[in-house]
Structures are given as C-alpha cells and as structure tokens.
Design a protein around this ligand. Structure first.
Ligand code: G
Ligand code: MN
Length: 309
C-alpha cells in the first residue's frame, strides 16, 4: 500500500466510525436492530436446552454490522444502556411468545456489557421480566470474565442483587481472560461458557485439552454447569463428550438464526443429526475423562494430522 492510500484509509476510518455512531442512535427506532438466536444442546440427548440472543444490525443500505463493531461503538457513545435494555426486552418478549407444547423449558441467554454492570441494571431486569411475563429463573445474563475483573468488588455486589431477582448468571468466554479462580468461588455463578479459542485448539493441543478438562471438573465440583462454545467439528464434539462436558453450542450444531427457525427446532425431538449420532454412542463415555487425553500420548503428531484433515 503506498503512502497516499494509507493516508486515505486513515482519514476515512474515523469518518466511517462517526457515521456509524450517528446511525446507531437511530438504529433501534428505525427497526434496523434484530436479534438472532443460537440454540444450545444437551450432549447426551441432543435436546435444545437454551438459546443465546445475539444482536445483529441490518442497515437500510444492505450492510450487516457485527456486534463486535457496534457494541463497542454503543459503549463509547453511552448508547449501551438503551441498546442493552432493548435487547433484553426484545429477547424476553420473543422467547416468552414461543409456543412449544410438551417441550421442556429452555434458558434464554442474553449478553450483558461491562457498562451495564451497575445498580441501574437491577431495575431494568425487574421491569423487563415483569412486562414480558418471562420467568426470571429461565433468564441467564452472560458477563465476560474480563468485564468482571475490571472492578471485581462492584461487580460482585451487582451480581448478588441480580441473583436476588431470580435470574441466572453465566461467565462468558471463560478460560480466555485473567480471572482469578479464588474470586470465582465468591461469585453467584450458575454456568461457565468455555471460550471458543480453547475449543478451537481442543483436539490439536494437549495443553488446551487439559485446561478444558480441568474447567469441566471444576464446574462439576463447584456445582456450576459448563457449556462449550464455538463447537465446529465432530472431533471437538466427541472429545467434549468424552471429557464429560454436558452442553454445547456452535456452528456444527446450529448457527444463530431468526427466531422462527429456532422455535421449529424446539418442537422437534432431536436437535440435530450431529447430536443424535453422538447420543447413540455409549452414553457412559462421559465417565472416561482421563482416557480422552491418552490420545495425545506418543501418537500426538499423527492425531494432530488426522484431526486436521
Ligand atoms: O462473545 P460471545 O461468546 O457471546 O460470542 C458469540 C458470538 O460467537 C456470536 O457472534 C456468534 O455468532 C459467534 N459464534 C457462535 N458459534 C460459533 C462457532 O461455532 N464458531 C465461531 N467462530 N463463532 C461462533
Ligand atoms: Mn455470549
């Protein structure tokens, strides 16, 4: 890239951001923000046990902006409070409206920004669950490890208040940050979400497999459930089952999509073909945690090759 085009890019980027910032403030009222839902599955049965609501910004000009871009913008501009409340409200209303006779209740997971971890959020949660008629115990608020560690004492106090409303708390992207395990024992946490980066290396890096196994054991011993995120291959799913991980989420099983598709999935007995295949294998596999790591022994290079192909 020559100097001129570099300069051109640099000068355009802030302008584009400014434009996006301005447009974002109207995105909600213009109906450009939408929620997609990604199902979560019980490994041994293939049943859908929950959905994660994921915000998408479909602009009138046809562009789609990912949350990785517009959530930070909303945080910078102070719009995150309004945006976060809208997401929570929309998700609770939508999922409360799903009619799935006979299907067991599912958990609705909503991502919460670090900027929403304050005392005002309590009133928002309370109002939303009341207005939407959504059972608080089926609502799970996801907070990343990193956002908790910004101000651990304040976060702890907020989370305790939220828990009093009856909602569940999950730590998102667990294993990717720098959170202290000692702190974990004090947090009122219901679920750990194993970070995608650990899952990506699960079948190729022994150390990552060891960490994943340890987190699964940690969750079991603490009485906190563990879900693996970003499951993209059959090998990862199988290994997770062998390590005793009970819940999974990822492109292998289902991509995030509009609410109609997910609702249809809830009424079908089996979530997906993949889960059915796994479920029909020996259901006692979950007991064999240590054996799953044996494959990394002397045959590690071959295994790496095999799982890469
Ligand atoms: O930060 P959080 O863990 O909430 O991230 C959710 C994001 O991950 C969403 O944008 C979703 O689309 C994406 N996602 C969901 N499943 C997968 C997957 O299997 N692989 C990858 N790479 N991304 C995924
Ligand atoms: Mn999440």
């Amino acid at each position: 890239m020559d100097e001129r085009s570099t300069a051109h890019c640099l000068s355009r980027r802030p302008k584009q951001r400014l434009r996006l910032r301005m447009d974002l403030s109207h995105a909600i009222e213009n109906g450009e923000l939408t929620l997609h839902y990604q199902p979560q599955f019980v490994v041994h049965s293939g049943r859908v046990c929950g959905v994660e609501a994921l915000a998408r910004w479909f602009r009138a000009n046809g562009d789609t902006i990912e949350p990785g871009v517009f959530i930070p913008l909303a945080e910078e501009t102070g719009l995150i409070g309004a945006l976060g409340a809208w997401v929570l409200q929309k998700a609770c209303e939508t999922v409360a409206g799903w009619r799935t006779p006979g299907a067991p209740p599912i958990t609705l997971c909503v991502n919460v920004s670090t900027h929403q971890i304050d005392e005002r959020m309590c009133a928002v949660i309370q109002r939303v669950v009341e207005q939407a008629g959504f059972p608080a115990e089926q609502l799970e608020l996801e907070i990343t490890e990193g956002s908790l560690m910004r101000n651990p004492e304040a976060a702890l106090e907020c989370l305790r208040q939220w828990k009093e409303l009856g909602v569940r708390i999950a730590i998102d992207d667990f294993g990717a940050g720098y959170s202290s395990l000692g702190y974990l024992s004090r947090l009122p946490v219901d679920r750990l979400k194993l970070d995608k980066s650990l899952i990506r290396r699960l079948t190729t890096e022994r150390k990552d497999a060891v960490i994943v196994r340890s987190i699964i054991v940690l969750g079991k011993d603490l009485g906190v459930s563990v879900i693996a995120e970003g499951v993209e291959t059959e090998q990862q799913l199988q290994m997770l089952q062998e390590l005793g991980c009970q819940q999974v989420q990822g492109y292998l099983l289902a991509r995030p999509g509009p609410p109609e598709g997910v609702q249809a999935l809830l009424t079908s007995r089996w979530g997906t073909r993949h889960c059915r295949v796994i479920a029909e294998r020996d259901a006692t596999l979950g007991q064999q945690g240590p054996a799953a790591l044996d494959r990394f022994g002397d045959v590690s290079p071959q295994f790496r090759q095999a799982s890469a192909s």
